[in-house]
Ligand binder design. Structure first.
Ligand SMILES: C[S@@+](CC[C@H](N)C(=O)[O-])C[C@H]1O[C@@H](n2cnc3c(N)ncnc32)[C@H](O)[C@@H]1O
Length: 179
């Protein structure tokens, strides 16, 4: 076994596909967003009553409602992030738990266009289900929120400007003389 595998088996293990969302983190976000669909899950680790598993192939399904997405962290992750971005354009709200790999192409193409990125302080301890005690993340994590395009205009109140002094500028004397 190469030294790197011995030092940190989690990085190289194919089970990174199954790294479950820590329960506390999900509870926190579910209280805020109220998820209606888990886009990628198994019967054992699904976070919502409605979910897509490997058999359904969440990547080829339409996503509706308020969607939770903690994708497989393998080679397909870029496809999942692209799908989350696209489904938000189609009207879903998609909240993703991602490794904060800010140097990747998918980060620059999609995450940089997200509505919100929340960088998690410290490292997560992923849920390993019943089989293992879980896995300490060998990478930093971020929660990324893709929202649907805004339908309504932005409405804010503003003053009439009658008392405003800040920002008003007297015309300089030199300019006045040339008028
Ligand atoms: C990182 S785990 C997240 C599990 C769970 N949703 C959670 O948040 O704890 C990713 C899950 O996606 C599932 N998965 C892999 N490929 C998939 C696909 N094409 N469609 C749906 N689910 C898939 C895996 O079996 C795994 O359970």
């Amino acid at each position: 076994m190469p030294d790197a595998d011995r030092i940190n088996p989690g990085i190289y293990c194919s089970n990174t596909e199954e790294w479950g969302t820590p329960k506390g983190l999900f509870r926190l976000l579910d209280a805020e967003f109220g998820f209606t669909l888990d886009a990628c899950a198994s019967v054992e680790n699904a976070k919502c009553d409605r979910f897509f598993s490997l058999l359904d192939d969440g990547l080829s399904q339409p996503w509706k409602g308020i969607v939770w997405m903690n994708p497989p962290y393998g080679r397909t992750i870029a496809q999942w992030v692209a799908k989350a971005h696209q489904e938000a354009q189609n009207g879903a709200t998609v909240v993703c738990l991602l490794p904060a790999r800010t140097d990747t192409a998918y980060w620059h193409e999609h995450v940089m266009a997200a509505d919100e990125v929340r960088f998690v302080k410290g490292r997560l301890h992923f849920d390993g289900g019943h089989e293992t005690g879980g896995h300490n993340a060998p990478f930093p994590s971020a929660v990324v929120v893709f929202r649907p395009p805004r339908q309504a205009p932005v409405m804010v109140s503003m003053d009439r400007g009658e008392d405003a002094t800040v920002g008003t500028r007297e015309t300089p004397a030199t300019d006045r003389s040339s008028q």
